[in-house]
Design a protein around this ligand. Structure first.
Ligand code: FES
Ligand SMILES: [Fe+2]
Length: 488
């Protein structure tokens, strides 16, 4: 308080000497806000400096008021900085369920969101499927993203399942990461009494301990190595299936093969992404109600690009908006060429994009992308120059959750760490285009023998290529539907 009095004394003496310069009235009214204080201080100013006396109450009010300004100002600045951080640095996270894309026609003001969800489900159930190929092709599929699994923790993941509309069965994975960071994937159910290893199981070394009676299972072999309350050696049949797994491009992947063959190719690693050199700009996650083969078919279906993806991003993802005013201002045009790759589980698409404003080409928006498909569930889109600001890599994974429900995740990486926002905007724009595809996929049927013209010929080449991922025992909708009889 003593310090404050000295400083204030100096201020008030200066004011008294030059009241015009210091605008005493404005100062008092603006900062103290009370005429009573003005009178106090004016009376103080009439005294000699050495006789100045300031009522303690006024000084306290003065500092309280200024502290309040300081706090409000700081809070405002902090909010601005936080907002700038969110916009520029925080990765995008766009997650949409399948009901959210492509069902605008089922929306009405009178309908509650519950009623709408019911109608979307009904429409999905009654959708004509067509003659669909086997539902789970052989290959690597993403179970989850790497950063969602900490060391010494486990997660329960269900995928490649029948869904609730059939007899429930499918794959149930216990995914865990040991203390060294290595990931293991086992069948989730303990052979002892069926507890779920991933829910409450404890990671010990490279093993996982069942939460029910403590049996310990080796993460590499799936073999039970210890039964804590038994003096006998664990029986050899005390074993769960161990799945081939790998980490690639930010995902934990599992190898699925209908004949349980070992992997004959590995998921890719890419410079810039695998070594962490590029900045992660964001992710998107969509659930899509269609057969998995429909999704990568897009790359060979050149004709759809200049219909579905012509309208600019401001027109948005809804199909009903693709012919409105905004769709004429910004437009895209595309060329693409699909071909089978080497090794045979790969294929490539050379894609070029031209952006136009009012039909004038904007060279800045030209984009060339080399797209590589790796098996049925992984796609990598590389952009050697994104608006001249850096290189980008978009990783796409598709995992069949159910025969006709795919989980698609995109993760985008950008070489320029200072312009993450460019990567975020790009990913958002890409999502808008993707959601137009999803709107079509969500309500289409699969046509085994499509009516094609010669310009569509790459679609047939693509289908021949994709058929390599089906094998004799690949599950079909029919095989999954067969009920087992009760034979207790
Ligand atoms: S159920 Fe797993 S140890 Fe008993
Ligand atoms: Fe498309």
């Amino acid at each position: 308080m003593f310090e404050q009095q000295i400083n204030l004394t100096d201020v008030f003496v200066s004011m008294r000497k030059d009241p015009v310069k210091y605008k005493v009235d404005e100062f008092l009214v603006g900062h103290l806000g009370f005429l009573r204080k003005k009178e106090n201080i004016e009376s103080c100013c009439r005294n000699e400096p050495e006789n100045l006396e300031f009522p303690a109450e006024d000084l306290a009010n003065f500092w309280e008021l200024n502290h309040a300004y300081l706090i409000i100002g700081s809070a405002f600045m902090a909010s601005l900085i936080y907002a700038a951080y969110l916009i520029c640095c925080k990765p995008l996270n766009r997650v949409l369920p399948y009901e959210a894309v492509g069902f605008e026609h089922l929306k009405s003001e009178k309908m509650t969101s519950k009623e709408r969800a019911f109608r979307v489900n009904q429409m999905n159930k009654k959708k004509e499927l067509g003659e669909i190929p086997p539902v789970f092709p052989n290959g690597w599929f993403a179970l989850m993203e790497s950063n969602d699994l900490a060391k010494n923790s486990s997660k329960f993941i269900q995928a490649l399942g029948t869904g609730l509309f059939l007899v429930p069965k499918g794959e149930n994975f216990a995914v865990f990461r040991d203390a060294d960071g290595e990931v293991h994937v086992l069948d989730a159910y303990c052979p002892h009494l069926g507890a779920n290893l991933a829910i409450g199981g404890k990671v010990r070394g490279n093993c996982i301990e069942c939460p029910f009676h403590g049996w310990l299972f080796d993460g590499n072999s799936g073999q039970c190595t210890s039964i804590p309350y038994s003096s006998s050696k664990p029986p050899v049949q005390a074993k769960v299936k161990s799945w081939p797994c790998a980490e690639s491009l930010g995902f934990i992947m599992v190898w699925y093969h209908a004949e349980a063959e070992e992997p004959f190719w590995q998921p890719p690693q890419i410079k810039g992404v695998s070594d962490g050199e590029y900045s992660f700009c964001g992710r998107s996650e969509h659930y899509i109600s269609t057969h998995i083969q429909d999704l990568p078919e897009n790359g060979s279906d050149v004709a759809h690009l200049n219909v579905l993806h012509t309208a600019g991003i401001p027109a948005g993802p809804r199909l009903v908006d693709l012919h409105g005013f905004l769709s004429k201002i910004f437009t895209h045009s595309w060329t693409a060429s699909w071909k089978q790759g080497d090794p045979s589980h790969t294929s490539t698409v050379a894609l070029t994009h031209t952006g136009k404003v009012l039909n004038w080409r904007v060279p800045f928006m030209d984009i060339i992308s080399n797209i590589e498909q790796k098996g049925p569930g992984i796609v990598i889109l590389r952009f050697d120059s994104l608006f001249g600001l850096g290189q980008g890599v978009l990783v796409q994974t598709v995992t069949p959750v159910e025969p006709l429900m795919q989980r698609m995740v995109h993760r985008f990486y950008f070489s320029n760490p200072w312009l993450k926002i460019v990567g975020k905007i790009f990913l958002y724009g890409e999502n808008v285009q993707l959601e137009r595809d999803i709107a079509v996929w969500n309500s289409k049927k699969f046509i085994r023998h499509p009516l094609l013209v010669k310009e569509d010929k790459m679609i047939l080449a693509y289908r021949r290529w994709f058929s390599q991922f089906y094998s004799e025992n690949s599950p079909t909708l029919e095989s999954l539907s067969k009920k087992k009889c009760l034979d207790w």
